[in-house]
Design a protein around this ligand. Structure first.
Ligand SMILES: *Cc1c(COP(=O)(O)O)cnc(C)c1O
Length: 494
């Protein structure tokens, strides 16, 4: 069965899911959505006894209807095998009275691997026999970049260019990116914030002259940011998976509702939960947890989105975002698919820096979504208490979510906290949260000390960066980003 997608800002033109994945962003700047999601048939009960890979096959086939089962099966097999260090891919563990969904067992130790091991496979199939090459262009606040590089490195017919805000990612995140191997990869620091970098990438996609020049050379640009539907859909699987695990452990009975708390930046991860709910997985609340950049907390509580505020650099950098792109998809669904309305809100956000949704849209959103935030001081306190009381190390992003979850009184509904990164990826901040002095210590010294303190081994993917050569040294101004992409295309595709 074909699944048709169209822009959040206009339903005039539809594309198949394969085309949507290849294009990334819709030509009018909107994000691809499907109206069919409410009618799709996916019985969560039929997934209960399946392993992660088999659940992924069902979820992906449902949402991406124009891939054959055989194609999806092949993609799943390549994406979710021994590059994950746990057979469950996203294992579920108990933390206090709640549950932790561990999403950091992939090659880059952050949850983005779940989607970015899959996206290149989906793109490869969608490209088919095409002569055109695909250049992935991605802005990263730290984790996406490495996960995209790792997913796309040496995938035939594809190249990948990653822009990160220079000086605004952690030591380890920086090394992960600049040490990336592969003949088709390009990495560049940008003098600006993540939001500047993301805006720069969006401008590259909508630059007609640049795209025409590349088209002449049979190169298409696409995105690996969570604006790409192929990034979002794989994330839906683990909401089903944790549900099946909790039934298996007899923590819930089939049909019981769950609450999820999600450390949120670009609103991709939590939107995947929203799609799972639309597919009838019993979910009560989705709790959006933010750091001090709490623009989403304000939006969900007041209905007013306002990005005109200072950007705060925090210890959870992957959530340092003032414009959460995927929120646009929620606005589309919660306004009953009113694309003109979404387009007008986005126009206002662009021109004036804010918008306010109608009372009815706000109330609909509040039925499903709760929100809260934690600043760095409280987040550090949570890291310390979680270690001392539960014997568990959590990374700062997870700690933000745990703080918010702990602030909401439990009423008997089982709750799942999404754990999005390995604590070793943020060793210095975690160590300092535990009350240790980190002055003058580099990322690796902190990693060693943290490992010793916790009696754990740091993941090999991180510790081996110590001796890896730094291959990518470019740092550019914002206005040089298009030229960097064009030069990378020349080098990679000749
Ligand atoms: C990207 C990221 C997030 C935020 O996820 P979104 O989908 O952007 O909301 C949270 N935690 C970590 C560790 C991340 O890498």
């Amino acid at each position: 069965m074909r699944t048709f997608y169209h822009s959040t800002r206009s339903s005039a033109t539809t594309v198949t899911s394969k085309q949507a994945i290849l294009q990334g962003l819709a030509p009018d700047g909107g994000l691809f959505v499907t109206d069919a999601v409410d009618q799709m048939e996916l019985d969560y009960k039929s997934l209960l006894s399946k392993n992660y890979q088999d659940q992924a096959c069902v979820v992906l086939s449902t949402l991406l209807g124009d891939y054959t089962d055989e194609e999806i099966g092949r993609c799943v097999k390549k994406a979710y095998s021994n590059q994950f260090d746990n057979p469950d891919i996203t294992p579920v563990t108990k933390i206090g009275d709640d549950w932790l969904l561990e999403l950091f067992h992939g090659p880059t130790c952050a949850f983005k691997d779940i989607a970015l091991q899959m996206l290149p496979q989906l793109m490869s199939v969608a490209r088919g026999e095409s002569e055109d090459s695909v250049m992935i262009v991605t802005a990263t606040s730290g984790d996406t970049g490495k996960a995209a590089l790792e997913g796309f490195a040496d995938v035939p017919g594809c190249g990948v260019t990653v822009f990160y805000p220079a000086g605004k990612v952690s030591d380890i995140q920086h090394l992960q990116m600049v040490c990336q191997k592969g003949s088709n990869v390009a990495v560049c620091g940008v003098r600006g914030t993540f939001d500047d970098t993301q805006t720069g990438v969006k401008e590259i996609f909508s630059d007609p002259e640049l795209n025409a020049r590349l088209a002449q050379r049979h190169i298409k640009l696409s995105s690996a940011n969570s604006i790409n539907i192929g990034r979002l859909v794989p994330q839906v699987t683990y909401y089903f998976f944790v549900y099946s695990k909790l039934v298996e452990r007899e923590a819930i009975k089939a049909g019981d509702k769950l609450d999820f708390c999600v450390p949120t930046g670009n609103f991709g991860d939590v939107l995947a939960g929203y799609l799972a709910k639309k597919l009838d997985l019993p979910i009560r609340h989705l709790i959006v947890a933010s750091n001090a950049n709490n623009v989403l907390t304000n939006f969900i509580t007041t209905g007013r989105y306002d990005r005109r505020r200072p950007f705060i650099k925090t210890i959870s950098p992957s959530m340092d975002i003032l414009v959460s792109s995927n929120l646009e998809r929620l606005l589309y669904y919660e306004s009953d698919g009113d694309a003109d309305y979404v387009a007008s809100l986005m126009q206002q956000l662009n021109d004036e820096g804010y918008y306010e949704v109608t009372k009815s849209v706000k109330e609909r959103i509040q039925k499903t979504f709760l929100a809260g935030y934690a600043d760095d001081a409280v987040t550090k306190k949570t890291i310390k208490e979680t270690f001392e009381n539960e014997g568990r190390l959590v990374d700062p992003h997870t700690a933000v979510a745990k703080t918010v979850l702990d602030s909401i009184e439990s009423d008997g509904v089982q709750r799942v906290c999404l754990s999005t990164a390995s604590p070793f990826k943020f060793s210095a901040d975690v160590l300092s949260a535990l009350g240790k002095d980190t002055a003058g210590k580099d990322g690796f010294e902190c990693m060693d000390e943290l490992a010793k303190l916790a009696g754990l081994a740091a993941p090999k993917q991180l510790s081996e960066l110590r001796s890896a050569p730094q291959l990518h040294k470019d740092v550019e101004d914002l206005d040089q980003m298009p030229a960097f992409v064009e030069n990378s295309c020349t080098r990679i595709f000749r």
